[in-house]
Write a protein that binds this ligand. Structure first.
Ligand code: BTN
Length: 253
C-alpha cells in the first residue's frame, strides 16, 4: 500500500492487478468526475500505450501509473505538464536511487543514453478549455530489459539492470508523488521559469544535434538551442533560422 506525504496528489489511489492502460482507467474516472490528484496504479497493462500510438510493454515489476489533473490553465500549457512530470521523476531517481539521469525532450528519462521512463500526457479539451489531463508514467523498475523485443531492448534500461538489485516500488511511488506535488504546485503558482531552468539542467537534448520526426513523415534537422515558455523545443536549422517544435519524435545525433 502506498502512503505518500502529500496533501492532494494520491489522496485517492486505485490499484489494480491488470488493466488495459492506466491512462484509460484514469480517463474513465475523470469523466465520472474524479477529483484532481486521483492516481491509478496497475501491476501490469495488457494494452499499455506509448506516444505516437506505439505499444508500451508493461510486465509485472514495473511502475505503471496515471494521475488525474485539473489545472485551470490554457490548453497550450498542457505540454508543460510533461516537463513538470519529467523533473519530478528525475528528482526521485536521483534522490532515492542515487542515479544520474537526463531528459530527452519532451518526455524520456534516460540513464546514460538509455530510456528508463516514459511519460504520456493526454489533455482533454472541451469548448477550448482544458477539462482535465491524464499524465501517465511508466518506469522500468524491477524488470529485465533483456526480455524486451529486439527493437526496444537496445534503447532501454531498468533500475534493476542499472542497480543490480530490486528496488522497493511502493517507497519509490510515495517519493515520486511527493516530488510531483511539489513541482506541480510550482506550476500552478506560475513558477514556470524555475521549472524550466531545472529541466534545462537535466536536458540531454539542448545543445545537441537532433532529428525530429513529425507526423506525415516530415523530418527536421537542426541544433536544439532551447525550449520556450510553453515547453516547445527551439531548433536552429542549418540555414540559421529558428523553428519551434511542439510535437514529434526526437532523435539525438
Ligand atoms: C512513451 O515514452 O512513449 C510514453 C510511455 C508511457 C507509458 C505509461 S505506463 C502508465 C501509462 N499507461 C499507459 O498506457 N501509458 C502510460
Amino acid at each position: 500500500s502506498v502512503k505518500a506525504k502529500t496533501s492532494y496528489i494520491g489522496h485517492r489511489i486505485e490499484c489494480f492487478d491488470e488493466v488495459d492502460s492506466t491512462n484509460n482507467v484514469a480517463k474513465r474516472l475523470a469523466e465520472e468526475g474524479a477529483s484532481e490528484g486521483t492516481v491509478v496504479i496497475a501491476k501490469t497493462q495488457s494494452r499499455g500505450r506509448g506516444r505516437r500510438g506505439k505499444p508500451w510493454i508493461s510486465p509485472e515489476g514495473g511502475i505503471w501509473m496515471s494521475i488525474i489533473l485539473r489545472p485551470e490553465v490554457h490548453p497550450s500549457r498542457a505540454l508543460l505538464l510533461t516537463l513538470v512530470t519529467g523533473v519530478a521523476v528525475a528528482r526521485t531517481l536521483q534522490d532515492e536511487c542515487g542515479l544520474e539521469v537526463g531528459i530527452k525532450w519532451p518526455n524520456d528519462i534516460l540513464i546514460g543514453d538509455k530510456k528508463v521512463c516514459g511519460i504520456l500526457t493526454e489533455a482533454h479539451v472541451r469548448f477550448n478549455t482544458l477539462e482535465y489531463v491524464v499524465v501517465g508514467i511508466g518506469i522500468d523498475t524491477n524488470v529485465d530489459v533483456k526480455a524486451f523485443p529486439d527493437d526496444l531492448r537496445e534503447g532501454a534500461t531498468s533500475l534493476k539492470n542499472e542497480l543490480k538489485r530490486d528496488i522497493e516500488s511502493g517507497a519509490l511511488i510515495e517519493k515520486f508523488l511527493e516530488n510531483f506535488e511539489d513541482v506541480y504546485n510550482s506550476f500552478k503558482d506560475g513558477e514556470i521559469d524555475e521549472i524550466l531552468s531545472e529541466w534545462r539542467k537535466l536536458s540531454k537534448t539542448i545543445g545537441s544535434r537532433v532529428e525530429i520526426r513529425k507526423q506525415l513523415g516530415e523530418i527536421v534537422y537542426g541544433e536544439a538551442v532551447g525550449i520556450n515558455s510553453e515547453g516547445a523545443l527551439i531548433l536552429e536549422l542549418d540555414d540559421g533560422t529558428l523553428r519551434k517544435i511542439i510535437s514529434g519524435e526526437c532523435i539525438h545525433h
